[in-house]
Write a protein that binds this ligand. Structure first.
Ligand code: G6P
Ligand code: MN
Length: 448
């Protein structure tokens, strides 16, 4: 098996140590020659890198080299795989994305609703730049992108790099949900085979099989509505916010028992409830700053101080494992099935071709080969077409520097609807994102 040179972009992330643990756990499936960290924030990266170096020395002696840099050329030359997980504006801007819509009783969320639009308009430019940078030094590297809001980022990259077939956008949420299914069924997550359709953070499982072909869908629906639904993956299992989110799945399956929903649908189907439960002084970003971020810093500090991992507990989570398994299937042509984002092109038969959908695909060394979904029925089609129009308008707003497109996007979003409300939120977001967004202009042709 050829050993791979891996680059992790946005390596200062709170998820990176979990990713390192996943690379260690999966080293037989995805053997590495080198790991390179890249981040634009040298200090944030250094702490994670120093701790990672110690972990790798103990648990990955086969690795020939590990280093970290803020230099693009050094990072991206000779890469086989590039994992990208950046957050333009950091958690500080995430907090604003969540707080601003709440001022107007609209959902305040990282990737859904106006917060998602704000984050999208920050991410697109950096992501386009990054893909160009990677391509200038490693034209053939596989790029696996986790960067949010993935639906909007994927649409922008689809338009910007139409010929690039070694660029794949993925999200760990379907897999994290499947960890809970696996636990209910007493199985291992990678032994489950999903049927699923939708957009990123906006989809449904239509069936869950195991590798023997046994259909477990009804067992899962019954278990969820009768016994409840909880997060089981190590990273989120004890997190009160994620516990609440998984609990909401019970409600969704009770209201619409046809399919098993992605957790993120809660924001679109129960927006008022979602607003009510929020405390603007303690939205998710604040919880992450006080929770995961502190925890990871303390952990890294301890490892660096001890020069070993003897006094810490390290866990493998689905976020990392999922990315690594997808990468392995590309590297070694395993043909495993994962839910990923691809250009529709008929996969969902009654949706337009030029849209990024999230569906199961066989992952090969020629890229993802999605399985046909066929026609979807009216409720889902209506929801999805509304949402994809919103996503496309956000990318239009970015590309055309258009205030009007951004206003149309927010108006279409189910979490907003009302135009005066959309305008107020948009104006506040423009103000908060001055350092990040392109300048949005009123459309002169339509000037009144
Ligand atoms: C899941 C989603 C990601 C999202 C993350 C937020 O993993 O798939 O897209 O960024 O949850 O988690 P957090 O704990 O930061 O709220
Ligand atoms: Mn996601």
């Amino acid at each position: 098996m050829k050993r791979q040179n891996l680059v992790v972009v946005g390596a200062g992330s709170t998820y990176t140590i979990g990713m390192i643990m996943s690379l260690i756990a999966e080293k037989e499936q995805f053997p590495l020659k080198s790991i390179t960290f890249y981040d634009t924030d040298a200090d944030r990266q250094e702490q994670v890198a120093k701790a990672s170096e110690i972990i790798l020395k103990e648990r990955y002696p086969e690795l020939e080299s590990f280093h970290y840099t803020t230099d693009k050329q050094e990072a991206f030359s000779n890469a086989d795989f590039v994992f990208i997980q950046i957050r333009t504006g950091g958690l500080a801007m995430r907090e604003k994305d969540e707080q601003i819509p709440l001022r107007y009783d609209a959902v305040g969320q990282e990737t859904c609703g106006p917060g998602g639009m704000a984050y999208g308009l920050r991410s697109i430019g950096d992501m386009i730049q990054l893909v160009n940078d990677v391509r200038s030094f490693s034209p053939d590297a596989w790029i696996l992108n986790y960067t949010n809001p993935a639906a909007i980022v994927a649409e922008a990259l689809r338009r910007e790099f139409p010929e690039d077939n070694k660029l794949l956008n993925i999200c760990d949420m379907p897999a994290a949900i499947m960890v809970s299914y696996a636990s209910i069924l007493g199985k291992e997550v990678f032994d489950l085979v999903p049927e699923y359709f939708g957009l990123n953070h906006f989809g449904w499982f239509t069936k869950i099989y195991d590798k023997q072909g046994v259909d477990h869908t009804n067992t899962l629906k019954r278990a969820i509505t009768e016994d409840g639904f909880i997060p089981e993956d190590a990273e989120i299992a004890n997190d009160p916010n994620w516990i609440k989110t998984f609990k909401q799945v019970e409600q969704m399956v009770t209201d619409f028992p046809e399919y098993l929903p992605n957790t993120y649908l809660q924001y679109y189907l129960y927006p008022s409830q979602m607003v009510e439960k929020e405390d603007p002084a303690n939205t998710r970003a604040r919880q992450v700053i006080n929770g995961r971020e502190k925890r990871v810093h303390t952990l890294a500090d301890q490892i660096i101080k001890d020069g070993s991992t003897e006094n810490v507990e390290l866990e493998v989570d689905i976020h990392g494992r999922y990315m690594v398994r997808v990468a392995a299937s590309m590297a070694y042509n395993n043909g495993d099935i994962f839910i990923v984002m691809v250009e529709n092109n008929g996969t969902i038969a009654n949706l337009q071709d030029d849209v990024m959908v999230e569906v199961p695909a066989m992952i090969t060394n020629r890229g993802p080969k999605p399985f046909s979904v066929g026609n979807i029925s009216t409720f889902y089609k209506g929801l999805i077409e509304n949402q994809l129009a919103y996503e496309k308008l956000v990318v239009d707003a970015y590309e055309q520097n258009s205030y009007e497109k951004a206003l149309q996007a927010l108006t279409l979003n189910r979490t907003v609807v009302d135009v005066p409300k959309a305008r107020k939120i948009l104006d506040d977001l423009i103000d908060a994102n001055k350092d990040y967004w392109p300048t949005l202009h009123a459309n002169k042709q339509h000037a009144v």
